[in-house]
Design a protein around this ligand. Structure first.
Ligand code: UD1
Length: 417
């Protein structure tokens, strides 16, 4: 298993280009299932989760052609197997995103229930309830969701809680439904908006994406299109946090500052200087890190996917930081690893109380999930001496060429097998 070796204590400086967004690419790859005509995507990040989704689609009969520089052409002329098997779903929960499009296009779908996930229960009841409200017959058998519908029917559906992939699943399904669907308490995440943009380019009729009420007028068929995946706001935030944490100065290009307001505000509060342009962000920090308070919540509030990275930053702040996690019930597993590096953190319920220390010192730590891995990389870059991060396969699910990108900013980081 690969490990990362980091020699910390050096400020990051320079310029780097952010990749396409994993969480936009995954639903948009599934959107290809909705049309018999080709969908061409650009700015698709080369990540293990994206490869898993491509394998899943290929198994269903979708033809994929990967070109240069993140271009992927998908041709779902015929779908032979409307099935997402356990072997793939267990490695990537986002496989559930195939359910809505398969059902809408083929009239049937069989998708494995995602298994237990390290960061919480993460059930899919809202996806199922929404499709049932659209007239689908659904039963759960042998660990699979079996869904059937001759043609889905437009309906009004209010989510009991805000779910990103739940919103995306129903949004995709509704594009081919008979009549109008109104989704209330919908997720407002920029990735939902990017998906809606792609679906609109394919001929879907969608209004209100980016608000909590999305209206979709179903059409008989969608056509081919070309779509560029939006920049990854979590990758952007991760690099910004790393630069601020190490007292560096860097310019991130190919990003969208407007999707990161809550994160940029907290970085400024922590003592960084942040200059925004529409497609780039410069960050630098000279003075001390200040303690901040963070509470995760659905967009536009502070994203749960940036919580762990900001905790790394907080370990060396002046004073006490409180970080409250409201989305997932078990997303504090990085705490015990940060403590191994010398951080002082108490967990009380869903809150971490981080007492800033003068220094972190390198140690061997273990990555437990994707964003926890990013947190440990940042902490390793801050720590004196050498940090070894074990189980970095989590990192490869969601960060494209992270060692190369950090090395380009002057980090001493290498992968060992
Ligand atoms: C997506 C993101 C993930 C991010 C999360 C929250 C993708 C591929 N993944 O995950 O990176 O951390 O949003 O911003 O986009 N829930 C239910 N029932 C459901 C669905 C969700 O109870 O049917 C709960 C979950 O257990 C969780 C909360 O709702 O506590 C939010 O989950 P959700 O927004 O669905 O997360 P994902 O879409 O899986």
């Amino acid at each position: 298993m690969d490990k990362l070796l980091i020699e910390g204590g050096r400020p990051l400086a320079g310029e780097l280009r952010v990749s396409g967004a994993k969480n936009a690419a995954l639903p948009i790859l599934c959107a290809a299932l909705l049309s018999p005509e080709p969908l061409t995507l650009t700015n698709v990040p080369r990540l293990n989760d994206v490869r898993t989704m491509q394998t899943l689609l290929a198994q269903m009969g979708v033809r994929l052609d990967a070109g240069t520089r993140g271009t992927v052409a998908l041709d779902a002329r015929s779908i032979d197997w409307p099935l997402a098997p356990y072997e793939l779903v267990k490695t990537m929960r986002a496989s559930i995103l195939a359910l809505g499009p398969l059902l809408a296009r083929c009239g049937e779908a069989r998708v494995s229930l995602p298994g237990g996930c390290a960061i919480g229960l993460r059930p899919v009841d809202q996806h199922v309830k929404g499709l049932q409200a659209m007239g689908a017959e659904i039963d759960l058998e042998h660990g699979y969701i079996n869904a059937r519908a001759t043609r889905l029917k437009g309906t009004r559906f209010g989510f009991d809680l805000v779910t990103v992939t739940g919103t995306e699943n129903l949004l995709m399904a509704a594009t081919l439904a008979d009549g109008t669907t109104v989704l209330e308490n919908a997720a407002r995440e920029p990735e939902v908006v990017d998906l809606a943009r792609c679906l609109t380019a394919m001929g879907a009729r969608i209004d209100g994406a980016g608000t909590d009420r999305i209206t979709i007028d179903g059409v008989a068929a969608l056509h081919g299109a070309t779509h560029a995946i939006m920049p990854d706001r979590i990758e952007t935030g991760t690099f910004l946090a790393a630069v601020a944490a190490t007292g560096g100065d860097a310019l991130l290009t190919g990003t969208q500052a407007g999707t990161l307001d809550a994160v940029l505000d907290k970085l400024r509060e922590a003592g960084a200087t942040v200059d925004e342009a529409p497609a780039s962000i410069r960050i630098r920090r000279r003075g001390a890190l200040a303690a901040i308070h963070i509470r995760t919540a659905p967009y536009p509030a502070f994203p749960t996917d940036m919580q762990a990275q900001m905790m790394a930053l907080a370990t060396r702040a002046h004073g006490t930081t409180v970080i409250t996690e409201t989305i997932f019930e078990n997303r504090m597993m990085h705490v015990q690893e940060l403590v191994r590096l010398g951080a002082v953190i108490d967990v009380e319920g869903n809150a971490a109380i981080v007492k800033g220390v003068a220094k972190l010192t390198g140690a061997t730590v273990m990555a437990t999930d994707l964003r926890a891995s990013a947190c440990l990389v940042i902490a390793g870059l801050m720590a004196e001496g050498e940090t070894t991060i074990d189980r970095i396969y989590h990192l490869d699910r969601g960060y494209e060429e992270i060692e190369e990108k950090l090395s380009a900013l002057g980090a001493r980081i290498r992968r060992i097998q």
